[in-house]
Design a protein. Structure first.
Length: 344
């Protein structure tokens, strides 16, 4: 549905060119919920603006629903943008218009008749749960309800793609969950492809099928959400999924661990497991079988789209052969084990 090929974006800055996006390549399938996550300044806003060509990339192509947006003239681009709905962090509603009139706006701009507008807007308000609020003004509804209006408005032109730019960042956790639930329902019922730009891993965990991690304008990691959680490669990804990585341990502990790693009897391991493994006593069984001493440095149990996921950082003491056998045993039980050789 969306093919981003070799997209780079450079802006003139006070100290020369700023490379906001560097050779981005992403392929997002029809009906997918795809997350793009990154820290502040990573290039998320620039990427989302490039996806509907609000910003023209310095290089590369953006194909949405079979059309290369970079090759269209202004009129054709306006037409192509009807396939792309967008929702925003601050909702961008018109305060002088009611809920109904806000949702109707894109249809008015497209020259639809009053009856066509009513026939489209009424079911959309039902879908987002705002039928009873149709004559209220934005100032008279909650933040979550405002975002529901934003979603209904974005769907008015029956887009194939919905772009969400930090749409839940201004909402409390419970409202965030309900908005994400609504987006998932829209994805399933209407088949709309959704691209979510966010800095919140919670958003990715709750509804995304796949994720790309953006850092200094590059995609540093991408894949199925569960796979990225199980085997994060990049430090930024680890930090974002809340994994305590060696470099984030308290300095005094880090120094002690570094000494113990050098001495050779200790091994710093990251264990990750999913599904049934989360409830299994596999670690205690390993300790018993291989006569290891294990100190747990950090642990978390989480849920990714309803699937349990756990990760642990442990220091295992024992001779190299014992530890090696224990690692093989854990891997045999479906645990993903990574040995971290040094702490900096
Ligand atoms: N119009 C512009 N002119 C110059 N530099 C820009 C422009 N837009 C973005 N940048 C720079 O590009 C980089 C990426 O910015 P961008 O706003 O895309 O990041 P972001 O990931 O959305 O960050 P945030 O989460 O803080 O909004 C930053 O270094 C930013 O200063």
């Amino acid at each position: 549905m969306i093919e981003i090929k070799h997209v780079s974006q450079r802006f003139p800055g006070p100290r020369g060119l700023v490379e906001a996006l560097r050779d981005i390549n992403l392929s997002i399938g029809s009906g997918e919920i795809f997350g793009i996550i990154g820290r502040s300044g990573a290039g998320k806003s620039t990427l989302v603006r490039t996806l509907n060509l609000l910003t023209r990339p310095s290089e590369g192509t953006v194909v949405v629903a079979g059309r290369d947006l970079t090759r269209l003239n202004a009129a054709a681009l306006r037409e192509a943008r009807r396939d792309i709905g967008m929702i925003f962090q601050h909702f961008n509603l018109l305060s002088s218009r009611t809920v109904y009139e806000n949702v109707a706006l894109p249809l008015e701009l497209a020259g639809k008749s009053r009856s066509e507008i009513e026939a489209t807007v009424a079911p959309l308000l039902d879908l987002v749960g705002l039928a009873a609020q149709r004559d209220r003004y934005p100032a008279q509804i909650s933040g979550g309800q405002k975002q529901r209006v934003g979603i209904a408005r974005a769907l008015a032109n029956r887009p194939k793609v919905l772009l969400s730019d930090e749409a839940t960042s201004a909402l409390d956790p419970e409202t965030t969950r309900s908005i994400l639930e609504l987006l998932r329902q829209i994805n399933r019922e209407l088949g709309v492809t959704i691209v979510l730009i966010t800095h919140q891993m919670e958003v990715i965990k709750q509804i995304c099928d796949r994720v790309a991690v953006l850092e200094t304008g590059r995609v540093v990691e991408s894949g199925r959400v569960i796979d990225v959680f199980l085997r994060p490669h990049h430090e930024v990804t680890r930090a974002m999924i809340g994994d305590v990585i060696a470099s984030e341990l308290p300095p005094a502990l880090k120094a002690r661990i570094a000494e113990r790693l050098v001495a050779g009897r200790d091994h710093l391991l990251r264990l990750a497991f999913t599904g049934a493994g989360v409830g299994d006593p596999v670690l205690s069984e390993t300790i018993r079988r291989y006569a290891l001493e294990i100190s747990i440095l950090h642990g978390q149990v989480d849920e990714i789209q309803g699937q349990a996921f756990g990760s642990l950082a442990v220091l295992a003491s024992g001779d190299a052969r014992q530890v090696g056998e224990a690692i093989d045993f854990l891997r045999g039980k479906g645990v993903i084990v990574e040995e971290i050789s040094h702490v900096e």
